[in-house]
Design a protein around this ligand. Structure first.
Ligand code: PBG
Length: 324
């Protein structure tokens, strides 16, 4: 049928009609809220390039998670900022790490909250790279052991999900094996499977002071030009035992989100990264965009592309908007 028999506008005439034919719906339960945690107490140090986000201490992270929980957000992902950084990121590897402490506090305060942790070395190393560096190179295999030890610290503290974001080859299988050997076969792995070497991570690196001291991450993160390679990465992570696969960033890579959705039966996560959030915030501050509307529209687009869950700094704000 063609016009004039067919008139798609018939189903757009009223809000109730539109609601009946709506294909995609956002829910606060779709969101995973990223929190930056550092040692200390009572802190909320605002992150300038991420308006509305702060570097928290364990106690304020619990407050922030509770605020999100009360709005219907069911999961957080934690990023640690250590007291001191060194060549091997040793602060990430102790059971008293800021992440371990915060996981324990969250599990106690909010028993039903899903606690996820980012597993990576770059926030903890003085060179800011995601693994062991020798002669200017990030070494793959020696890094696996550090990642697995960090994941183990998080699992012991009570994390439900560990999320390696380093992009070393073989890390999902390696971490799975170590977790299983230590009796943590119930702890899930959310793999940052297709993580691109993106300029959209800028504000995050300010927040975590984790910009590489030399070079860049193109030797391990993916080339933004590649989509087929993302499918190979996802297939490998699936074989290695990933429970959830992720595409990151989200907005500029919606084709990849869709392709991954069609490739795998695993749950697909997408990360709306710091730069995506900062862009919308900055334009809204200037009065150029309506923040509430673009926040929800950007998240809806990611879900429509095929993501089951979205890591987003908008989590509590968007949950609030959805409740209205
Ligand atoms: C750690 C990590 C990064 C992000 C998540 N985990 C930074 C990076 O790879 O440089 C970025 C998240 C964001 O920009 O919101 N490797």
């Amino acid at each position: 049928m063609a016009f004039p028999e067919s008139r798609p506008r018939r189903l757009r005439r009223t809000a109730s009609l539109r609601a009946m034919v709506r294909e995609t719906r956002l829910s606060p339960a779709d969101f995973i809220y990223p929190l930056f945690v550092e040692p200390g107490a009572g802190q909320r140090r605002p992150i300038e390039s991420l308006p509305g986000q702060s570097r928290l201490s364990t106690d304020t992270a619990v407050e922030e998670a509770r605020r999100a929980w009360d709005l219907g957000v069911r999961a957080v992902i934690l990023f640690g900022i250590p007291e001191a950084k060194d060549a091997t990121g040793s602060e990430a590897l102790t059971n008293e790490s800021v992440i371990a402490k915060t996981v324990r506090a969250l599990r106690e305060a909010l028993p039903e909250l899903v606690v996820m942790t980012d597993v990576c070395m770059c926030e903890y190393t003085d060179h800011g790279h995601c693994g062991v560096v020798e002669r200017g190179e990030v070494l793959n295999d020696p890094t696996l052991d550090l990642l697995a030890r960090q994941a183990l610290v998080h699992a012991r503290a009570g994390a439900h999900v560990v999320a390696p974001s380093d992009m070393m080859d073989g890390r999902v299988g390696y971490i799975r094996e170590v977790l299983d050997d230590e009796g943590f076969e119930d702890v899930a792995i959310m793999a940052y499977s297709a993580k691109y070497a993106s300029a959209f991570y800028g504000p995050f690196r300010d927040a975590a002071d984790s910009a590489p001291a030399f070079g860049d991450r193109r030797g391990y993160q993916m080339d933004p030009a590649n989509a087929l390679e993302a499918l190979r990465e996802v297939a490998l992570d699936e074989q290695e035992g990933a429970d959830i696969v992720m595409v990151k960033p989200a907005g500029p890579y919606l084709d990849v989100v869709r392709a991954v959705r069609e490739l795998t039966d695993l749950p697909v996560a997408a990360y709306q990264v710091s730069g995506e959030y900062a862009m919308l915030q900055a334009a809204a501050e200037r009065g150029w965009l309506d923040l509430d509307r673009v926040a929800l529209e950007s998240l809806l687009g990611i879900k429509r592309a095929g993501a089951d869950m979205i890591i987003t700094y908008f989590a509590p704000h968007a949950a609030e908007l959805l409740a209205k």
